[in-house]
Structures are given as structure tokens and as C-alpha cells.
Design a binder for this molecule. Sequence first.
Ligand code: ATP
Ligand code: MG
Ligand code: FE
Length: 352
Amino acid sequence: MLVLGIETTCDETAAAVIERAADGSGTIRSNIVRSQVDEHARFGGVVPEIAARAHVDLLDGIIERAMKEAGVGFAELSGVAAAAGPGLIGGVIVGLTTAKAIAMVHGTPLVAVNHLEAHALTPRLTDRLDFPYCLFLASGGHTQIVAVVGVGQYVRLGTTVDDAIGEAFDKVAKMLGLPYPGGPQVERAAGNGDAARFALPRPMLGRADANFSLSGLKTAVRNEASRIVPLEPQDISDLCASFQAAVLESTADRLSVGLKLFREQFGAPHALVAAGGVAANQAIRSALQDVADKAQTQLIMPPPALCTDNGAMIAWAGAERLALGLTDTMEAQPRARWLLDANATAPAGYSN
Ligand code: ATP
Ligand code: MG
Ligand code: FE
């Protein structure tokens, strides 16, 4: 089956066509991502109203390109999938409404995809992977360890109690004067830095639950930075390296607990899987390899371009749902918040 996927939940306007074979394997026929980084850079972060307007301006052309590059006509589509949340509501409305229009005009089945579910299922597009597996989802808005039991069946084993990891990278970048978006900048600076120079906290280390906390670490970076005047490039690199090392150590510890909880509830996972923008970080990728080796499970990570937001992941999640006969009606609603695990209760003070 051929599925068009549309992604507009944050600051990427993206569309893709994927093909899912009867044996469950997937092929990306096209994957067009237009990042709005330039539109938001001078504000130091994503401005929701600007993002929504940019999606309106860009989306038609991106879809046209995705269809053309795939060599597919609308009549050939088995489904049109859009990320219906969670995300910035203006952008979500643009993507979902556009998908509904295509569905209506061409009589194509509609799939309203949860953006987080799309991150969760992407490894099944790039690799042959059976359920259940253990997902580490680390992005700008989310940091979770999730047992992926089946399509639509997710059990959250751990989550951040404050900031997401990507958010912490972005905030650290901002406080050190590095340009937006911060994650890749911090990684680059850390490459020239001394990770041992600053003794930063390792949040949650040794705790029996699999939750994360990033805000204390972020504040510790701010405190160290405020003591150095003027802040020279080497100081920035050393702070980034020390911060990244603390994130790695905390993440490795949290994931090993998460994998233990997974085994207790679901038996051995088929893999540890990483998704979300933070999984584009090479240092995190190699730390995860160590965690997987210790837990005697394989590590699967989609290539970085499929870890950050893109249309192929939405199209693929749509195809997985379509294959099970799961479609949506024109009543499907855009959602700013949408828990992946319907039964999950958020830790106190945290609503994701
Ligand atoms: P969500 O998926 O939770 O709605 P999002 O879609 O904004 O959030 P993604 O696009 O998946 O998130 O990822 C973006 C985040 O990943 C940003 O916070 C960014 O800083 C972070 N990120 C990207 N590359 C790197 C990197 N190399 N190192 C660390 N963080 C990174
Ligand atoms: Mg983004
Ligand atoms: Fe995302």
C-alpha cells in the first residue's frame, strides 16, 4: 500500500510517501522536510503563530513535491495520514485539515496519527523488528521509556518529571549564547571540551523508578556559567562537554532501570530502540550501545534524519494502522496534548 504522510506539529513542514509491502516491510518513496529554522532563529525558539502561518504557506508545495518525487498520483494512495497531535495546535490544524481535504476529494481513507506513536513505530520502517520492544523516546517535548507492545499498545515505564532532554540541550545552548536550534550546537561544542572540568549533578542516579529529571542539571550549568566572566569559547565547550557527560550518565542509568522494568513485565525485548531528535546525538548513540550490550539486547536506531520530525514516520504509522483496518473519520480532532499511553498517569506537576 502507498500512504502519504503529513507532519506539521512543530517547526518542520514535511510530507512523504511510503510503501508498505504485504510482508510488513517498508520503502520510502519520497520524504520532503522543510525546516522552519530560519523563520524562528532570530527569536531563539519556535514561535507558534509564525509556525502555523509558515505551515499554511509551505504545505501544499511540499505535498506536491512528495507526490511528484514518489511518482504517485492521489488516486493510487491507500491512505492519507496526518499527525493530529500532540504539538502546537495551529500547525496541527493545518496538517490535519489538509489531510481531510485530500481524503474528501479523492475518497482516500484518513488516518489521524499520534506524532509520538510515529516516532515509536519508525524503527519498524527501517528495520525488521517484532513487538515487543523497549523505546527510548527523547525529543524536544518528550523524554520517555515506553514498552511498545503492539500498534496502539504502549506502556510507559518512565518519563521526565520536568524538562525533556532536547529541551534541556536547547536551554543550555541558549544560556551559553549558542544559536538555535541548540542540540546539535551543544554536541559540536562538547566535541572540543573537557567533560571533567565541571562536576555537574547526575540526576536520578540509582533510583528504583525509570524517571528522568533535567532541570537541576540545567540550573547547575547556569550557575557554573555565571561564575565565569568573560565566558570564552573554551569555557563554553567545557560546559557543553560536562553537561553532555552528565546527561549520558543519567540516561544510561535510567535506561538500564527501564529495561529491567520491561523484563519484569514483558520478558526480553526484541530490541532497545531510540527515537526522537536527541537520538541524532552521536555521543548518546554510543552510550545507548553500551546500555544495550549490558542488557544483552540489540540496539536499533533509525538514521538521524528519521529521528527528527519528518513525514515518512507519519506515513509509516498511518500504514501500520491501515494494515490493521484502523482509520479515522472526518470528525478526527487536532490535539495539543495526546498521551501515547492512554492509561498513563503523569507524575505530579507534569502534564505530558
Ligand atoms: P516532540 O517530538 O516531543 O513533539 P519535537 O518534534 O520538537 O518534539 P524532534 O524534532 O523529534 O522534537 O527533536 C528536536 C529536539 O532534538 C530538539 O530539542 C533538539 O535540540 C534535539 N536535538 C537534535 N539534534 C540533537 C543533537 N545532536 N544532540 C542533542 N539534541 C539534539
Ligand atoms: Mg522540530
Ligand atoms: Fe518529534
